[in-house]
Design a protein around this ligand. Structure first.
Ligand code: NAP
Length: 315
C-alpha cells in the first residue's frame, strides 16, 4: 500500500520524527521557508502537514501545496496558521489542547514565585559568596493570600486559577462571559476592572488578531502600583510598549513573562528591567508534555489518513 505523503515542518525532538517516518512517506523541512525549494511534484503530493513553530503559515504557503487537506499543529496556539485561508481551501486544522495545561500553569506559578521570592538573585547571591561576606539578601514578597486576576479563564487560565486558589488567593477573572467556577470567584465584565481588583494579573488569552493588545494601555494603567503582570499566552495579547513604560517607571511592581511580541529577539528594553522575571517561551517545554503534544499531533494525522473524525479540530 502506498503511504500518505506527509510534510513535517519545524524542529522536532528526536522521538517525534521516527514514528512519522514509519507511518508515512515523510518529507522534512525545518521551516516554511524551505517550501520553495521542494520539487513541484513532491509539493503536489503532500496531503498533510505536521506543523511546529511560530513562523506564519498562510495562503502563500498553502498555495504551494495544492493537494493539502490537513495541517496538524504542534501546540494549542495556532495563531501562526491562517485558519480562514485554510478553511477557504477546505484544509482542516488541528491543534494539541489540554495535554499542556498543567505545564503552562506550573510555569506561571513558578515565574511568580521566582519573581516574588527573588529566586534568581538570591541564588546568584549565594554563588558569589555574598551570603558569607554581606549576610542575608533583601527581603522578598509573599504570593500566598494575595488577589489573583486571570485574564481569560479558558483551559490554561482555569488551571492557573486552581493553583492560585490552592495558594489561598482570592480569585478574580475576566472572560467574555461568566464561567461556572467554585464559589467566591469574582467575574469582571471589563478587563480594566479585573486589573484594578487584583495584585497578580495573569494573561491566559488565545493569541492572534482578535486579542491583539487586549491588555491595553488603559488596562495596564488600571493596575495598582504594587501589582504584577504575568503573561504565558502570546506577546501579542499585551500592549508591550505600554507594559514596558509601566515597568520602567515603576508604575507597577513587576512582571513575569514567558512570551514576547517578537521572539527570540525580544525588545531590548526587557533586558534592562530589574523588576521582571523572563523566560524564553518555555510554557510547554518539558519532556513529558512535548511527548504528549507530539502524540496528539500524530493521532490527528492518523485519524485523517484513516478517514476518521479528527480528535482536536480547529475548523
Ligand atoms: P482556550 O481554552 O481557548 O482559552 C482561551 C481564552 O482566550 C479564553 O478565556 C477565551 O475567552 C479567550 N479568548 C478567545 N478569543 C477571544 C477574543 N476574541 N476576545 C477575548 N478573549 C478571547 O485556550 P488555552 O488552551 O487555555 O490556551 C490559551 C493560549 O495559551 C493559547 O492560545 C496559546 O497562545 C497560549 N499558550 C502558551 C504556551 C507557552 O508556552 N507559554 C503554551 C501553550 C499555550 P472566553 O473565556 O471568554 O471564552
Amino acid at each position: 500500500m502506498t503511504k500518505t505523503v506527509v510534510l513535517s515542518i519545524g524542529s522536532y525532538a528526536e522521538w517525534d520524527i521516527p514514528p512519522m517516518r514509519a507511518d508515512y512517506d515523510l518529507t522534512e523541512l525545518s521551516s516554511p521557508a524551505g517550501l520553495d525549494g521542494l520539487d513541484a511534484d513532491r509539493r503536489a503530493a503532500v496531503r498533510a502537514v505536521a506543523y511546529k513553530g511560530h513562523s506564519p503559515f498562510g495562503a502563500a504557503q498553502m498555495d504551494l501545496l495544492p493537494g493539502l487537506e490537513l495541517i496538524a499543529n504542534f501546540g494549542v496556539g495556532y495563531d501562526a496558521i491562517d485558519v480562514a485561508a485554510a478553511s477557504a481551501r477546505n484544509i482542516r486544522v488541528t491543534n494539541t489542547p489540554d495535554v499542556l495545561n498543567d505545564d503552562v500553569a506550573d510555569l506561571a506559578i513558578g515565574m511568580l514565585l521566582a519573581l516574588n521570592r527573588n529566586l534568581t538573585a538570591n541564588e546568584a547571591w549565594l554563588h558569589r559568596g555574598d551570603w558569607s561576606s554581606k549576610g542575608d539578601p533583601q527581603l522578598a514578597r509573599k504570593l500566598s493570600g494575595a488577589r489573583a486576576g486571570i485574564m481569560g479563564l479558558g483551559r490554561i487560565g482555569r488551571e492557573i486559577a486552581d493553583r492560585m486558589a490552592a495558594f489561598k488567593m482570592e480569585i478574580h477573572y475576566h472572560s467574555r462571559s461568566r464561567k461556572e467556577t467554585p464559589e467566591g470567584w469574582i467575574w469582571h465584565e471589563r478587563p480594566e476592572d479585573l486589573a484594578a481588583n487584583c495584585d497578580y494579573l495573569v494573561v491566559a488569552l488565545v493569541g492572534g488578531k482578535a486579542t491583539e493588545g487586549y491588555v491595553s494601555r488603559s488596562v495596564i494603567e488600571a493596575m495598582g502600583p504594587d501589582s504584577v503582570i504575568c503573561n504565558i499566552s502570546r506577546g501579542t495579547t499585551i500592549d508591550e510598549p505600554a507594559m514596558l513604560d509601566a515597568l520602567e517607571a515603576g508604575r507597577i511592581r513587576g512582571a513575569a513573562l514567558d512570551v514576547f511580541r517578537v521572539e527570540p529577539d525580544l525588545d531590548p528594553r526587557f533586558l534592562k528591567l530589574t523588576n521582571a522575571h523572563l523566560q524564553p517561551h518555555q510554557g510547554s517545554a518539558t519532556v513529558e508534555t512535548r511527548k504528549g503534544m507530539g502524540a496528539l499531533q500524530r493521532a490527528n494525522i492518523a485519524a485523517f489518513v484513516a478517514g476518521k473524525p479528527l480528535l482536536t479540530a480547529v475548523n
